[in-house]
Ligand binder design. Structure first.
Ligand code: ADP
Ligand code: MG
Length: 470
């Protein structure tokens, strides 16, 4: 009898404490972190609280436990300590007994009773990440990745991360322009780890999906589960992180997830189309964090690498493509591997459909549109020549230190055009002007801004673009 009285008292006090907590921390924090707790019991002035996951326990200890204890002591000075234990299952036998606003309703039993009625979904411990992990392409393995000078560093780094038991570089950050093999390498890492050690949870997804999941969690007020899912993995891979540039709330969430995983020694692998420092619209503390592991870029392909890739694809497809056609493709389609692959597939499909051998002539005919586009490739040198001619200055002025407007403005325009009309990276373009990438980035931004208001400048740029044949 006496025991049940104590239980009722504890339950009643918990109701009061909960109300105070909700007032103090607000509805959102309350429902994410505090509401899922349940009373585990009380003995000798010590109150035991159950929390559904270890992650939540850590979080509560760090952020709320002091206040929980002192609020409780305000209601019952005999309480010496409030401590927390993890009890994972939703249907645990202790329960949250007192309804939110009914401190005085003390009828409910305190222990060993009905299962928790409250939102079980937010209490489920980080369960299978399968539902958020994007499917892996079975062709994207290390074995199918052709290594050459432009990608050997990124490849070696990816292999090292995939093979090592402990975290070697964290995060591994891969970057390149499109179609050069970032996604392929990430899938290869994931395949390798899954094969080597199926007990390690690997989560691979695009940054876009990350954001989508986050927004969905916000909408359904289920960010706790979201956090849990992401923070329970051993390896987190996020593809195309540039996507979250300028998306502040998602960045914030990503930053916390990132830090939590790094702190726990979990491996993170990221890809993007730019180096961390070049990611416009990304908070600087995040940029710094992104670049603090190993940053590996994949350079534009060389002729030899394109040849190698084509040969390996032809072999994999089991089709008959004459060597002169392969050489022709390798020298004429230099944009990216995806286009190269696309061209080859088109040739093979065409030959199969009409039942004729692939020849150099048929190749030129079938790929006419693609080849035209590639032939018109513009170089930074060409841009410098045309811009200098147009503004009647010397090419050397574009690279000089001179700061007069008559030179500085054409220089910025040339940098802008180089960024817009070529696939060169900012550092590459910078080198052509004897400047660093930040100067180029600044020039591009400046010209973009000026174009909004300065119609003469817009016209210059339009004309130059035409002159360059873009
Ligand atoms: P990114 O993610 O950098 O845009 P992907 O990884 O999607 O590029 O690569 C585009 C296509 O090119 C994929 O089909 C991929 O298999 C292929 N590819 C890229 N690099 C290589 C390589 N070194 N060896 C074999 N295939 C490659
Ligand atoms: Mg990709």
């Amino acid at each position: 009898m006496a025991e049940s009285l104590i239980k009722n008292q504890v339950s009643e006090q918990w109701g009061l404490v909960r109300n105070d907590l909700r007032d103090e921390f607000g509805e959102s924090a309350f429902s994410s972190w505090l509401e899922p707790m349940a009373i585990g019991g009380m003995a000798s002035g010590r109150v035991k609280m159950f929390v559904p996951t270890r992650f939540m326990k850590d979080w509560i200890l760090k952020n709320y436990s002091d206040r929980i204890q002192s609020i409780w002591q305000e209601h019952n000075p005999e309480i010496k300590e409030v401590y927390f234990e993890v009890k994972a299952s939703c249907g645990m036998d202790s329960s949250r007994l007192v309804s939110n606003n009914s401190a005085s309703e003390t009828e409910a039993p305190v222990l060993n009773t009905a299962p928790i009625v409250a939102p079980c979904h937010s209490l489920v411990p980080a369960s299978g990440v399968e539902d958020i992990s994007a499917p892996l392409d079975s062709r994207y393995t290390f074995a199918n990745f052709v290594v050459g000078k432009p990608n050997e560093f990124a490849y070696a780094a990816a292999r090292r991360v995939a093979e090592s038991k402990d975290v070697s570089f964290n995060p591994l950050y891969l970057y390149s322009s499109v179609g050069l093999g970032k996604t392929h390498l990430m899938h290869a890492i994931a395949w390798h780890i899954r094969q080597q050690d199926p007990s390690r949870t690997v989560l691979y997804l695009s940054a876009e999906k990350f954001m989508y999941k986050f927004v969905q969690a916000l909408r359904s007020k289920d960010t706790m589960h979201f956090k849990e899912q992401f923070r329970s993995v051993d390896v987190l891979m996020i593809d195309d992180v540039q996507f979250i540039s300028g998306k502040d709330a998602t960045q914030e969430e990503f930053f916390h997830t990132f830090n939590a995983l790094i702190d726990e020694g979990k491996q993170i692998i990221l890809s993007a189309d730019k180096s961390p420092t070049e990611l416009d619209g990304m908070e600087s503390r995040l940029k710094t964090r992104l670049g603090c592991g190993l940053v590996a870029d994949i350079h534009p392909t060389t002729y030899e690498l394109r040849l190698g890739i084509l040969q390996s694809k032809v072999m994999a497809m089991g089709s008959d493509v004459p060597p002169e056609v392969i050489e022709f493709l390798a020298s004429h389609i230099s944009t990216n591997v995806r286009e190269l692959e696309g061209a080859l597939k088109r040739l093979v499909a065409h030959a199969e459909l009409i039942g004729r051998q692939i020849t150099l002539d048929s190749t030129k005919e079938i790929l006419k549109d693609l080849l035209c586009a590639c032939d018109r490739k513009i170089t930074v040198d060409e841009i410098q020549t045309k811009v200098a001619e147009y503004f009647k200055i010397r090419i050397a002025d574009l690279r000089s230190e001179r700061r007069e407007r008559s030179v500085a403005s054409p220089r910025q325009i040339a940098m802008y055009l180089a960024k817009k009309l070529t696939v060169r990276s900012l550092p590459d373009i910078g080198r052509k002007f004897d400047r660093d990438h930040t100067t180029v980035m600044h020039a591009v931004k400046k010209v973009e801004e000026l174009m909004q208001t300065d119609s003469a400048l817009s016209e210059d740029i339009l004309l130059l673009t035409r002159i360059l044949g873009a």
